[in-house]
Design a binder for this molecule. Structure first.
Ligand SMILES: [Zn+2]
Length: 280
C-alpha cells in the first residue's frame, strides 16, 4: 500500500506534467472511484479546468484547480497514475486527456482508490482535518506534539502511529522502520513513552519517510512511478520484511510479530519488549 513517501514520489512526478495544463477530457470508467457521486458528475466538474497546483496531505494527492475546486485522490491499496502509457493498461479506471496532447491513466487492480471533488479551501480543510492528524516533516510535528497526543493512550505505539487521524501518512512499512530507528518496541503502550523517546520517535519517523522519498518509494505490491518504473526503498529496509535475518545494528535475529493485525518486524535486543503489566 502506498504510504507518504510513495504518494509524495507520485506528486513530484505528476506536478510538472499537470501544473498549468487543462483537463480536456476526463473519462471515469469505474463508478467505484467516485462513489457515492456519479462519475458523470465528477467528470463534468473536472473537464475544462486548469490545474494550478498538485499538493499532498498525508496519503491524499490534492489537485488544485481553478475557482478553488480540488480533486482529492487516494491510491489506497493498488492505485497508480501512468503518464502516456504505450499500451492501454489493464485495470484502467480513469483516463484524462490534457490540452498538450498527453494522457494520464489511473489504474487500480483492487479498486479501493477514490477521487472526490471538493469546492472551496474551507471545505477541503474540513475534509482533510476530519481524516488526518499532524503531518510529519512539518514544523507542527514536534516531540511535544507527540507527547500530548500519546498521553494516557494504552494502544500499542505502532497501532497509534498507523492511525491516520493521529499522524498522517505513515503506514506499516515506515512505522516499523521508524520504531526500529528509535529503539522502541512496537507493543509499547503509546502512553508509556518517556523522556527522550518522543524526540527520538519524531526524528525516526521523519528520517524513515525522508529515506523512502529519497529512494522514490518502496515497491512491495503494485506501486509504480508515473512511467511504470518501481521504487527502490524495499532494497534499503533496516528491519521491515527482514524476519530471520541479522539486525543491521547488533546482529540479533529479526523477529516477525503481529501487532494490531499487521505483520511487524522487530529487533528485540534494540527494541526491548515491554514488561507485562502486573495484575491489580
Ligand atoms: Zn538489533
Amino acid at each position: 500500500m502506498p504510504e507518504l513517501p510513495e504518494v509524495e514520489t507520485i506528486r513530484r512526478q505528476l506536478a510538472p506534467h499537470l501544473e498549468g495544463r487543462t483537463l480536456e477530457r476526463v473519462e471515469i470508467l469505474d463508478p467505484r472511484w467516485t462513489r457515492p457521486v456519479a462519475p458523470a458528475e465528477v467528470s463534468d466538474q473536472l473537464r475544462g479546468q486548469r490545474v494550478t497546483n498538485v499538493g499532498r496531505s498525508g496519503k491524499y494527492l490534492v489537485w488544485e484547480l481553478e475557482d478553488e475546486t480540488f480533486l482529492l485522490a487516494h491510491l489506497r491499496m493498488t492505485g497508480a497514475f501512468l503518464f502516456d502509457p504505450e499500451v492501454e493498461p489493464v485495470h484502467a479506471r480513469v483516463r484524462i486527456d490534457l490540452d498538450d496532447g498527453h494522457r494520464l491513466v489511473y489504474v487500480d487492480p483492487r479498486r479501493f482508490g477514490t477521487g472526490h471533488v471538493i469546492h472551496g479551501a474551507t471545505a477541503r480543510d474540513e475534509y482533510l482535518h476530519a481524516r488526518l492528524g499532524v503531518e510529519p516533516m512539518t514544523p507542527e510535528f514536534t516531540a511535544d506534539h507527540l507527547r500530548a497526543i500519546t498521553r494516557g493512550r494504552t494502544a500499542p505505539i505502532k497501532s497509534f502511529i498507523l492511525d491516520q487521524r493521529r499522524i498522517a501518512g505513515v503506514g506499516n512499512i515506515y512505522a516499523d522502520e521508524a520504531l526500529f530507528r528509535a529503539r522502541i518496541h512496537p507493543l509499547r503502550p503509546a502512553g508509556s513513552l518517556r523522556g527522550g523517546q518522543f524526540e527520538a520517535l519524531r526524528q525516526a519517523i521523519d528520517d524513515s519517510l525522508e529515506a523512502g522519498i529519497e529512494a522514490k518509494g518502496a515497491t512491495i505490491d503494485d506501486f509504480r512511478h508515473l512511467d511504470g518504473a518501481y521504487g527502490s526503498f524495499q532494497d534499503r529496509f533496516l528491519v521491515y520484511g527482514r524476519a530471520g535475518q541479522p539486525c543491521v545494528r547488533c546482529g540479533t535475529t529479526i523477529r516477525k510479530l503481529v501487532v494490531g493485525g499487521r505483520g511487524t518486524y522487530v529487533c528485540e535486543h534494540d527494541q526491548p519488549r515491554p514488561r507485562a503489566r502486573r495484575a491489580g
